[in-house]
Ligand binder design. Structure first.
Ligand code: HEM
Length: 507
């Protein structure tokens, strides 16, 4: 208090005439400013901790008084360490910031995601691209309902069948690349380090494959990331993702470091090329589906009104919206499936008995194929052990879980619902083979649930089954021990090192 008085009197009297010669006017202004900001911050924190409407929810008062802690743990990708700890100390419902409550109770999660259909968190708005709401980011129910109605059929099982040849093309490139790398170990580089013969960084290679799959299906053009990693768009996407996350917690960054939207420029160009293409060049993919849906809406009289803002708010499929949604597919659909595949391979090489069992199942299902042929999706889609392995990996490492409000990872790792929860036991998903009681409903949410569940689930399952089965079918896979396996959780989950090496040999 005395310091404030001294500062104020220094300001009032002017620095030279002040009785306090040691404080100059600019210094005094700074002092005053800092003191006011500090006092207001402390007042707000006290209000948040003790008088806020959510103050009675259990949790650490200091953590709940500010967004600092949840922001710092989210930006460092380490929220999966702190939040489970908070649940251990305070129970299934914990307040982790002034207006963020983390829920790890089965019935409440169901209420949040399905029955209550609560709006998405404000964090999702960080993913607005090109100044457009989009399927992933929007918190507006009306917008979402309209947009989902237009986009969802592209991911129906029927339409996805037409994508199988495109996925096969990418898988063929992957196999060619692996064989090339096995032949010529000098080319096998991971993070600019030459790896020993037979060692392949599957984390990087699967990421590049998933990007090529989305490039082919959503933009009608592969990024050819499997061949080399020079295409600028995937790199720019990674930067955009990170920056949009930072901007959510630090909105001032929007002005200092705006998002690089060359991704949208690329999308615009691809849509233009596709629209100008001859009917004979037509191919079925996600991009074509959106273009056809747009035309259908126009023919039905439900097209754009011409008022750009109104059209955006109501979820109309404008040209800009088509571009934005294709960019969302790239963001939502590349790192997710590739990381899920990397984790599945990681668990398999760590559990060679499970890998052998999976191989036996795939060998049997594809016995009539020519040697080296890529399996057809019909041969794989109902294989219980393959699905069990993918589910088990998604349970242990839910790559795109909603981590702030509905703590689905907490359910996945709870001994109450999953005996020996930390172990990779694909059998738990197969009735009759499981050593445990059947998995309870509403305890498994890798693709979320309710109206905001993953629209790309069938696409991802098809891609993962095809790629994982092809790898298991064609290569012996062995663990390379001594690697880091810790992971970070930003918008999606990823290995902290961005690398996972597997020892591979053609069968
Ligand atoms: C293993 C792979 C995948 C996993 C685990 C996954 C998981 C999820 C989850 C948990 C959500 C809800 C996110 C939230 O509420 O914040 C979501 C939403 C979404 N995902 Fe996926 N996803 C995967 C692959 C894909 C693919 C391949 C695509 C597209 C090609 C895709 C497109 C989307 C979109 C557009 C949404 C927003 C849906 C909406 O709000 O209506 N995802 N995903």
């Amino acid at each position: 208090m005395e310091t404030i008085n001294r500062v104020v009197s220094a300001l009032m009297a002017g620095c030279e005439t002040s009785s306090l010669h040691s404080i100059k006017r600019p210094q005094a202004i700074l002092w005053l400013f800092t003191t006011i900001v500090l006092a207001r911050t402390i007042r707000r924190m006290i209000f948040n901790a003790f008088f806020h409407p959510l103050a009675r929810i259990p949790g650490n008062k200091l953590v709940a008084s500010t967004y600092y802690f949840v922001g710092a743990s989210t930006l460092s990708g380490r929220s999966h360490y702190g939040i489970p700890l908070a649940h251990k100390m305070y129970g299934k419902v914990v307040r982790v910031a002034p207006e963020i409550v983390s829920v790890a109770d089965k019935d409440m999660i169901r209420e949040v995601l399905v029955t209550g259909d609560y709006p998405k968190s404000i964090l999702h708005e960080g993913l607005e691209l090109n100044e457009q709401h989009n399927l992933f980011s929007s918190r507006n129910k009306n917008f979402h309902k309209n947009r989902r109605r237009l986009v969802a059929p592209a991911f129906g099982l029927q339409y996805l069948r037409s994508l199988e040849p495109v996925m096969h093309t990418c898988i063929r490139s992957l196999i060619t690349k692996i064989d090339e790398l096995l032949e010529n170990p000098k080319m096998v580089k991971s993070k600019n380090k030459v790896l020993p013969k037979g060692h392949i960084d599957m984390c990087s290679l699967l990421m590049r494959t998933a990007m090529d799959v989305i490039g082919e299906t959503a933009f009608g053009q592969s990024f050819k990331m499997i061949e080399d990693e020079t295409h600028p768009v995937p790199h720019q996407m990674a930067k955009t993702l990170k920056r949009s996350m930072q901007q959510t917690f630090n909105p001032w960054m929007k002005y200092l470091l705006p998002l690089d939207l060359s991704l949208a420029d690329f999308g615009e160009e691809r849509v233009r090329v596709r629209k100008e293409a001859e009917e004979s060049d037509r191919r079925s993919d996600l991009l074509q589906y959106l273009i056809d849906a747009q035309q259908h809406e126009r023919d039905e009289g439900n097209g754009e009104t011409g008022n750009e803002y109104e059209d955006m708010i109501s979820g109309k499929l404008t040209d800009k919206a088509v571009v934005t949604e294709t960019c969302v597919f790239l963001i939502a659909g590349s790192e997710t499936s590739s990381t899920a595949m990397t984790f599945t391979l990681m668990f398999l090489v760590k559990n060679p008995d499970k890998l052998a069992k999976l191989r036996e199942e795939i060998d049997l299902a594809t016995a009539s194929n020519d040697k080296g042929a890529i399996p057809a999706y019909d041969q794989l889609r109902n294989l219980p052990y393959l699905t069990g392995c993918i589910n088990e990996s998604l349970r242990l490492r839910p790559v795109a879980a909603t981590v702030i409000l509905a703590q689905t990872p907490q359910l996945h790792l709870s001994e109450e619902y999953y005996p020996q929860a930390k172990k990779f036991i694909p059998e738990r998903w197969i009735p009759g083979e499981s050593p445990f009681p059947p998995v309870e409903d509403f305890t498994f949410y890798p693709f979320s649930a309710g109206t905001r569940n993953c629209v790309g689930k069938n696409f991802a399952m098809m891609e993962m089954r095809l790629i994982l089965a092809t790898l298991v079918l064609n290569y012996n896979l062995e663990i390379v021990s001594g690697q880091r396996e810790d992971y970070v959780q930003y918008i999606t989950t990823a290995l902290a090192t961005g690398k996972y090496v597997i020892k591979m040999k053609r069968r």
